[in-house]
Design a protein around this ligand. Structure first.
Ligand SMILES: Cc1cc2nc3c(=O)[nH]c(=O)nc-3n(C[C@H](O)[C@H](O)[C@H](O)COP(=O)(O)OP(=O)(O)OC[C@H]3O[C@@H](n4cnc5c(N)ncnc54)[C@H](O)[C@@H]3O)c2cc1C
Length: 370
């Protein structure tokens, strides 16, 4: 099959590798240079669903030495003053042998490695342009051109979207009093605050806040921002230094009404975008890629390829809907300070702290999708 992919972000690039390995001839269109693609300051939480996808593609063992594994995911609710931990034992049996609840990956390293894999695959042709000259040459066109997708606009595909009244601040911080194998998801009334290990004493802080508070914080000097972080970090954890230039970005929610239009298929953030809480974004995008590759490998669909967009759209519905709704619920849960919600919140925490089965169910959904 001849396939065009628009956009060589982490979704489009992985799709190129996966489909080329499934025997397709792939033209990968990207408007940015490799250098621009690499130089993004982002940090991803990698779940077991992504681990399995990368393993099936035969690239996991090359990537994992540079990922930082964590064995403890601490969830803290400041409103309730309660805490519980997800541990390796809460994973499914087959995931437990990897000795990690998840991994943290730096964008630069990940993008460099993925671009290198692409350069080694013969049937991927990288084309540095933003316009496909003739789409008639392709059996399928995959739009992986991000949340601002021009393809989607051109094809007038509608989506449900809204902006959260929040921005997300990210900073790399040296911390004292915390183990390098622990991650934190702290639920504060301003929004979720994540602390992700990057190796040694270095941690990535991803802090969602109201626009007013976030804008105020972004105008603070590094030392005052550090003081602010210290008011949120759990007792005993002290921030030492911010080692990069903190950045911020607005947070929005996007969910397409359809994941295809004719022979165009929407992948990754072109189809859905959710709140960064829970680190689901990239993993959900890569599960799109995995689903499509599996469909393309089915011989009946290979010969009747015009059915693939529809079957793909249907197959992705439940996973995408449940994860986007779950992350949205978590944000609303974290910010709600109505007394009415205090009891259900307390009950949820109590159950998750005491019941290994509920922790297993929740962690399995978060790490493997549905
Ligand atoms: C500022 C920011 C920070 C983020 N930080 C985090 C984080 O810390 N952790 C996390 O898990 N997720 C983060 N995310 C989300 C994460 O980056 C995405 O989930 C992930 O990159 C997958 O995106 P994608 O490949 O679908 O889209 P993108 O990464 O947006 O890639 C789309 C690609 O398409 C290209 N393109 C667009 N139009 C055209 C065209 N017409 N022709 C050719 N190419 C085109 C673009 O240049 C781009 O390279 C962040 C997102 C943003 C915007």
């Amino acid at each position: 099959m001849n396939i065009a992919i628009i956009g060589s972000g982490l979704t489009g690039s992985l799709a190129a590798i996966s489909l080329a390995k499934a025997g397709c001839r792939v033209d990968l269109y990207e408007r940015l240079s490799d250098e621009e693609l690499i130089n993004r300051d982002r940090t991803y939480a990698i779940t077991h669903s992504s681990r399995k996808i990368l393993e099936n593609l035969g690239i996991w063992s090359n990537l994992v030495p540079n990922f930082v594994p964590f064995q403890y995911l601490n969830v803290i609710d400041y409103e309730l003053n309660k805490k519980f931990q997800f541990l390796i034992n809460d994973l499914g049996i087959s995931d437990q042998r990897y000795c990690a609840v998840g991994w943290i990956a730096d964008h630069k390293y990940l993008m460099i490695s993925i671009l290198e894999f692409i350069s080694q695959i013969e049937n991927i042709n990288k084309i540095p342009t933003s316009v496909i000259p003739n789409t008639n040459n392709y059996d399928l066109v995959l739009a992986a051109d991000g949340s601002n997708s021009n393809t989607k606009k051109k094809l007038k595909t509608r989506s449900f979207n809204f902006n959260y009244d929040q921005i997300c601040i990210t900073a790399k911080v040296l911390l004292r009093g915390v183990n390098s194998n622990e991650a934190f998801e702290i639920l504060t009334s301003e929004g979720p605050f994540a602390v992700l290990p990057l190796g040694g004493d270095l941690f990535q802080i991803i802090c969602s806040q109201s626009i007013e508070q976030g804008t105020y914080n972004m105008n603070l000097s590094k030392s005052l921002l550090l003081d602010y972080f210290s008011t949120i970090l759990p007792y005993g954890i002290e921030p030492d230094t911010i080692i990069n230039h903190p950045s911020s970005y607005p947070i929005n929610f996007i969910l397409n009404y359809s994941f295809f239009s004719g022979k165009y298929i929407y992948l990754g953030e072109t189809a859905h975008k959710c709140h960064p809480v829970g680190g689901q974004g990239l993993n959900l995008c890569w599960r799109d890629v995995d689903c499509l590759s599996k469909l393309i490998s089915i011989s009946f669909l290979k010969t009747n390829y015009f059915l693939i967009p529809f079957v793909y759209s249907l197959s992705r519905l439940i996973d995408v809907l449940s994860i986007t709704i779950l992350t949205d619920f978590l944000v609303r849960y974290s910010r709600s300070n109505f007394n009415l919600f205090k009891f259900p919140r307390f009950l949820t925490f109590f159950i998750l702290k005491k019941s290994a089965i509920f922790r297993k169910i929740l962690l399995n959904v978060m790490t493997n999708g549905i």
